[in-house]
Design a protein around this ligand. Structure first.
Ligand code: SF4
Length: 365
């Protein structure tokens, strides 16, 4: 898969001397660069364009994060949440997944990197040092893909060695890319987990446009495994369609043909769910996609979900297959109710978010 290059770079003058800005300037020979005092004006200009989503993905803006870099994952109290912390170093993504929640969630089509990393590290230090007895799981892939820009900004050069020196935290870099070259020589001390979002190849081809194939993602995971990284996989969204069982089983067969389950720290599953306003966006932007035409019910968090029996069936099958590869794999559900947990795992171990957080914090690999 060809790596992403923007067609225009906008640099907020306030971050023109930052390390990430220097990194990118060394790699973008030939891409026009503009320096601005007010990046909001650029965003507003793109928002007015008819195809603003697509146009915005071709523009890379380096600016300041004036809010907080670290926030708790916005789970809802109605469902069991893993208690993750999000490190928001960038927003938006160049890939085009039909189901991408960012289309309905963020009010900005441009790809943004927050280059004031001094502030980010101050926040991290403050958080990790204030509670040395607390174990933090921190991830960057909630509002962007963690690695899709790494060949340009080399964010991993800063963040992976930082976490290598921490005793009470792990960093998870979630991606759909095979953009792992930068990672391979970094000192990580087992404190960075590289995680892939996986699906069936059919779903990847139809719904994850511009993302590397499933085979390429697994090959990238293999390279990380060979360099001693812990791995994780997220089957999220699980998509229900005719043939889903063969499709997901095939992906698992391909995964475990190459990777050692002992190196996999966790695997999550989450059935397709979406904010109601995303439906018309998907219909307009991805007219060939069929994923919104199943039957859905509104969940307790307002998102549309498959009926419970379908969710339980999909999770149960996946769990059965996963446990056949290794009964010790640590598998969890993303944003599901206690009842669904009980029916899928056939036990009552995970009753609330605290139980799940404890399960993920225990050293298993
Ligand atoms: S890779 Fe993730 S962030 Fe990027 S478009 Fe797909 S779902 Fe959205």
């Amino acid at each position: 898969m060809a790596a992403y290059f923007p067609k225009r770079i906008i640099i907020d003058n306030r971050v023109k001397d930052s390390r990430l800005t220097h990194n990118i300037m060394d790699k973008l020979l030939g891409v026009p660069v503009e320096y601005v005092d007010n990046p909001i004006m650029v965003i507003e200009e793109i928002k007015k364009k008819e195809n603003s989503f697509r146009e915005g993905k071709r523009i890379l803006l380096l600016t300041e994060n004036r809010g907080r870099f670290i926030k708790p994952c916005p789970g809802t109290k109605e469902y069991i949440c893993c208690g993750y912390q999000i490190l928001n170093f960038a927003t938006n993504c160049n890939m085009e997944c039909s189901y991408c929640i960012l289309q309905a969630y963020i009010n900005n089509p441009v790809l943004i990197v927050y280059a004031n990393t001094d502030k980010m590290f101050m926040e991290l230090e403050d958080k990790l040092n204030k509670k040395p007895e607390t174990f933090f799981r921190i991830g960057t892939g909630e509002f962007t893909d963690s690695l899709t820009l790494d060949h340009l900004i080399s964010f991993s050069d800063l963040i992976v060695p930082y976490f290598a020196g921490k005793k009470n935290a792990v960093l998870e870099l979630k991606t759909k890319t095979d953009n792992v070259d930068n990672l391979l020589d970094l000192q990580h001390n087992g404190n960075t987990i590289i995680a892939w979002s996986l699906n069936t190849q059919e779903v990847a081809t139809k719904e994850e446009l511009l993302a590397p194939s499933i085979g390429d993602r697994i090959d990238a995971a293999l390279r990380c495994q060979e360099n001693g990284f812990l791995l994780a996989f997220h089957f999220d969204p699980l998509i229900y369609y005719q043939g889903w069982e063969e499709g997901y089983k095939r992906t698992l067969d391909r995964l475990f043909a190459k990777l050692n389950p002992k190196n996999i720290t966790w695997i999550s599953m989450g059935c397709f769910r979406f904010l109601p306003e995303l439906k018309s966006i998907i219909q307009k932007r991805f007219p060939l996609s069929k994923i919104v035409y199943e039957e859905f019910v509104p969940g307790l968090d307002g998102k549309m979900r498959y009926y419970k029996p379908i969710r339980v069936e999909m999770y149960s099958k996946m769990l059965e297959w996963l446990k056949d590869y290794d009964p010790n794999l640590r598998v969890y559900l993303c944003m599901e109710s206690h009842e669904v947990w009980k029916r899928v795992f056939r036990d009552n171990r995970i009753k609330c978010s605290e139980d799940l957080a404890r399960m993920l914090e225990a050293k298993s690999v």
